[in-house]
Design a protein around this ligand. Structure first.
Ligand code: SF4
Length: 411
């Protein structure tokens, strides 16, 4: 459940943050610093343009090809249009509950410039005529909760907010990063994903049309909508015919792991060589996870594929939230796949049988000294076809991709 300022069993640092004392982690820059850098100029401009400026905003968003960057890659402008087509009152929800293994971009954005995300949120709220904004924040980021509370209060005091901004805590459930489970949690219920349709844009928070955006999508909005030629400049920054920029969380056996702002369509090899200082000492590139736990595993021989939404469909993988994990000749790839399936077994919400029973069954099958490949494939197909949400549908991606692309690594 997501509760505002309700304590659960939390470490001392969290308790300290709730009491008003920031824990010993980097505290992000405040409102004054952001205003001094020209912050909130884009928001002022779109508010000045009023309702009449809405069509121009949507056209600009389309020209930028900005997508929802939480994992699904749905075009942002289509989300806005869907919400706008529904009668008010409407809500905006910020999904800051990143839990995908290897993903730390929300943390990077909120630590680096929280007001850029808040400005993006207020621009989106203006665009869809929202009456309130809701931020659902991963509970493992207590310093960011402290900072956001402080900065939301500063926005209120400065008269910039213009509508209520509610900050809510997640409580450590991976599934609550799934947008409809998040809505359930925000409403005070157990985080069970909803059946779709209806989509949140039609029937979202408290049954109202709701625009849900990831932190990263909002991060780009002030730049795309607020700068002269912002959309065109943003769109031009992709590679290999892709458009825009993406945050990639690069981890594993590289010399300089971290958050990398790179062109959409960059390859894993380029992320290693150009952005991460090459492979770590003593490690030879063997394989990579292009999209966290659920995006599958690919061999190093496929490291020149462009990383973007839809570009890995043909090889049965996806980039999702852009968590790229680099594995080396010193890693046991079958054990990596086992570990990922165990993660999904633990994080399955248990609502539907194909996922609840399927992840436990897969975990048991993967412990055998020799994998029953035909049975694993059959189980994977049943889970992909019958699960309610993406967790169960993608839980076997690591196993499936290993069987398909690196059968020599399978016991
Ligand atoms: Fe829950 Fe898994 Fe079913 Fe999703 S697929 S609703 S996580 S049991």
């Amino acid at each position: 459940l997501g509760h505002d300022l309700v304590e659960s069993a939390t470490p001392a640092t969290v308790a300290a943050a709730v009491e008003g004392n920031p824990p010993a982690l980097p505290m992000p820059p405040g409102l004054d610093a952001y205003l001094a850098r020209g912050g909130y100029v884009a928001l002022r401009a779109v508010r000045r343009a009023g309702d009449a400026g809405r069509d121009a905003m949507l056209a600009t968003l389309e020209a930028a090809s900005l997508r929802g960057l939480g994992g699904a890659g749905f075009p942002a402008s289509r989300k806005w249009r869907l919400v706008l087509s529904q009668p008010g009152p409407r809500h905006v929800v910020v999904n800051a509950d990143e839990g995908e293994p290897g993903t730390f971009k929300d943390r990077y954005c909120l630590e680096t410039e929280p007001h850029r995300v808040l400005e993006g949120m207020l621009i989106a709220a203006h665009a869809v005529g929202a009456e309130a904004c809701w931020i659902y924040l991963r509970d493992e980021y207590p310093h960011l909760r402290h900072a956001l509370r402080r900065e939301i209060a500063a926005l209120d005091a400065a008269g910039i907010a213009g509508l209520p901004i509610h900050l809510r805590r997640g409580a450590g459930a991976y599934i609550c990063g799934e947008e409809t489970a998040l809505l359930e949690s925000l409403e005070g219920r157990r985080g069970y994903p909803r059946h779709k349709p209806p989509f949140p844009g039609e029937h979202g928070l408290f049954g109202r049309p709701t625009l849900i955006h990831n932190v990263e999508t909002l991060w780009f909005l002030p730049e795309v909508l607020g700068e002269p030629d912002g959309a065109a400049r943003f769109a031009k920054r992709g590679r290999r015919g892709r458009q825009g920029l993406r945050f990639f969380s690069v981890s594993g056996r590289v010399r300089r792991p971290g958050e990398k702002l790179a062109p959409a369509g960059v390859t894993a090899r380029e992320l290693i060589e150009e952005f991460s200082g090459g492979m770590a000492e003593g490690h030879r590139f063997a394989a990579y996870l292009p999209g966290g736990a659920s995006g599958g595993i690919l061999p190093a021989s496929m490291a020149d594929l462009p990383l973007d939404f839809g570009t890995l469909d043909s090889v049965g993988c996806f980039v999702g939230s852009g968590a790229v994990v680099i594995l080396s000749n010193q890693d046991d790839l079958a054990e990596a796949a086992r570990n990922l399936v165990r993660f999904f077994r633990d994080e399955s919400c248990g609502q539907c049988t194909p996922c609840r029973v399927g992840t436990a069954k897969a975990d048991a099958l993967l412990r055998a000294p020799r994998w029953d490949r035909a049975l694993l494939e059959e189980l994977a197909a049943a889970m992909a076809d019958g699960s309610i949400c993406g967790l169960g549908q993608a839980a076997m991606n690591p196993v499936r991709s290993l069987l398909r692309h690196m059968p020599e690594a399978v016991p």
